[in-house]
Design a protein around this ligand. Structure first.
Ligand SMILES: [Zn+2]
Ligand SMILES: [Zn+2]
Ligand SMILES: [Zn+2]
Length: 155
């Protein structure tokens, strides 16, 4: 009497199984399935992997080219800079208009960019992220570190 290698559950599984194996389920299914089915699944998985890999890379390349070509750059009317987003141009225009919408709540200073305000706020918080590589001194601003390097670690 030959024993059935493949459990009857398989036919149901097979009928319901999608063409592409779900990577999350493959491991669990492999435990339940017979060796033949496992090999089958493995081949399918490798196939899918190879397919996704090649198609993904070509897709991303196409996507990249598409983005590159379809990108509409908005030019600054005052200088020659161009920007992909209107928001970026608006931020940039403050360079020309002198607008400084980012005000410090702790003092009266204001800044054209939020990043500038953030770096200024370190003056009040005492945060010093720029550490001198030559000694252990830290500085709130990169410019201060540069100045320190020039004055203290001059060759
Ligand atoms: Zn400009
Ligand atoms: Zn301030
Ligand atoms: Zn130093």
């Amino acid at each position: 009497m030959a024993e059935e290698v493949i459990p009857p559950l398989l036919s149901v599984e097979e009928a319901n199984a999608p063409d592409e194996p779900d990577s999350d389920c493959v491991e669990n299914q492999e435990e339940q399935m017979g060796i033949f089915q496992t090999l089958d699944r493995l081949e399918e998985a490798v196939d899918a992997l190879l397919n996704t890999k090649s198609s993904a890379s070509s897709n991303s390349l196409q996507h990249h080219l598409k983005v590159k070509n379809s990108k509409k750059l908005i030019n600054c009317t005052i200088c020659t800079k161009s920007f992909a987003k209107l928001g970026n141009l608006k931020t940039h225009m403050r360079v020309h208009t002198g607008e400084k919408p980012f005000s410090c709540h702790q003092c009266t200073k204001s800044f054209s960019r939020s990043s500038h305000l953030r770096s200024h706020l370190r003056v009040h918080t005492g945060e010093k992220p720029h550490t001198c590589p030559q000694c252990t001194k830290s500085f709130s601003h990169l410019s201060n570190l540069r100045r320190h390097l020039k004055s203290s670690h001059r060759r």
